[in-house]
Design a protein around this ligand. Structure first.
Ligand code: NAD
Ligand code: UDP
Ligand code: UDP
Length: 343
């Protein structure tokens, strides 16, 4: 019987999410570096559904095959296990360059590798874009503003970064990434887009990435203490991942080449945020202050005037709705891992 079931499964065509048909003039070949990660995998979904050919390149440092497994075997989809610190020769029309560890514990785990990924990796992607005349979008970050002295942060602010602190491998890596982009644009006529992404959350965030959203939700779901680093007066502004994906696609399609902030300007202190999550999850967790972390930016909120005017973009998903979806995802993930342990 087992053999017959297996044979039947093998002969049944796989069900994929519905994709639009695009004729060859409108269909693009799109490379997404870091496409098996949190943001990248959502971008993959949207571009696949739109009918494009999508090639994901990932070294699976923080990304997972599971994030894109629903596309494996689809004729428009390709997954390449590759580290972008090494050159890559393929033919594409557009490149979304997202490969880089993104959460502080992940990028501090191997700072040298973080710098290599954001410098050598970005050079390779810009070299590729130059050779095949592709448009390239660089995923930069609000961290280029460091611990900002201007609030909220417009794109014209040059930032306040400690070049030798624990966050420098990421912050300075991303700053060089931007510098490289404009050097290739000026010298080699590469078409570049630079997105300065602010704190983003949603399903498929790495469970153990140590970021505030995943930490607080997991702690609340497990009835553990919610750990606020420092006095909790520092602020962040949280954007839901579908808003970011819309912004990235609009930016790529635009003819605007200067940096653009993509983030949700609704700002909360981290202490408020702890209570918001506790209320949404329920449970018996306490909220407690612990040691502050070094060089923690004290205030962060995007000025999105530019994105509104050049992309006609602004975030749509309110915090409670985005958190509700994210909490449901983490709840399912916890049930799944409990089940694995039982099996
Ligand atoms: P993530 O860790 O989930 O995804 C990053 C992906 O890049 C992973 O799949 C990882 O395996 C891959 N990767 C890392 N180094 C690589 C290498 N050398 N070669 C090939 N692949 C490599 O993080 P994310 O939150 O999805 O972030 C995506 C991008 O957006 C990153 O560039 C990050 O810096 C930027 N960003 C994210 C946020 C956020 O809040 N999520 C904020 C600002 C900027
Ligand atoms: N590169 C790549 N794929 C390509 C073209 C270039 O990975 O399709 C790499 C190449 O190996 C080089 C980098 O991108 O290390 C920068 O390329 P560029 O042409 O600017 O520099 P050069 O090859 O002249 O040093
Ligand atoms: N933070 C916290 N408790 C945690 C994790 C993070 O209080 O368990 C704080 C952290 O000190 C920072 C904010 O939450 O002020 C956002 O941290 P995160 O690592 O998510 O992202 P960052 O914006 O610092 O890159």
């Amino acid at each position: 019987l087992e053999d017959r079931v297996r044979a039947l499964e093998a002969s049944t065509p796989r069900k994929y999410p519905q994709v639009k048909y695009l004729n060859y003039k409108n269909r693009k070949r799109i490379l997404i570096t870091g496409g098996a990660g949190f943001v990248g995998s959502h971008l993959v979904d949207t571009l696949m559904v739109q009918g494009h050919e999508v090639i994901v390149v990932d070294n699976f440092f923080t990304g997972r095959k599971r994030n894109v497994e629903h596309w494996l075997g689809h004729e428009n989809f390709e997954l390449i296990h590759h580290d972008i610190v090494n050159p890559l020769f393929i033919e594409v029309d557009e490149i979304y360059h997202l490969a880089s560890p993104a959460s502080p514990p992940h990028y501090m785990y191997n700072p040298v590798k973080t710098i290599k990924t954001n410098t050598m990796g970005t050079i390779n992607m810009l070299g590729l874009a130059k050779r095949v005349m592709a448009k390239v979008l660089i995923a930069s970050t609000s961290e280029v503003y460091g611990d900002p002295t201007v609030h909220p942060q417009p794109e014209t602010y040059w930032g306040h970064v400690n070049p030798i602190g624990p966050r420098a491998c990421y912050d300075e890596g991303k700053r060089v990434s931007e510098t490289l982009s404009y050097a290739y644009a000026k010298q080699e006529n590469v078409k570049v887009r630079v997105a300065r992404i602010f704190n983003t959350y949603g399903p498929r965030m790495h469970m153990n990435d140590g970021r505030v959203v995943s930490n607080f939700i997991l702690q609340a779901l497990r009835n553990e203490t919610i750990t606020v680093y420092g006095n909790g007066k520092q602020t962040r502004s949280f954007q839901y991942v579908s808003d970011l994906v819309d912004g990235l696609i609009s930016l790529m399609a635009s003819n605007y080449s200067q940096p653009v902030n993509l983030g949700n300007p609704v700002e909360h202190t981290i202490e408020e945020f702890a209570w918001i999550i506790k209320k949404l999850v329920g449970g018996k967790s306490e909220v407690k202050q612990t040691d502050a972390v070094e060089d923690d930016p004290q205030r962060r909120k995007p000025d999105i005037t530019r994105a509104k005017s050049v992309l006609n973009w602004e975030p749509k998903v309110p915090l409670d709705m985005g958190l509700y979806r994210t909490i449901s995802y983490f709840r399912r993930e916890l049930e799944r891992s409990d089940q694995f342990q039982k099996d």
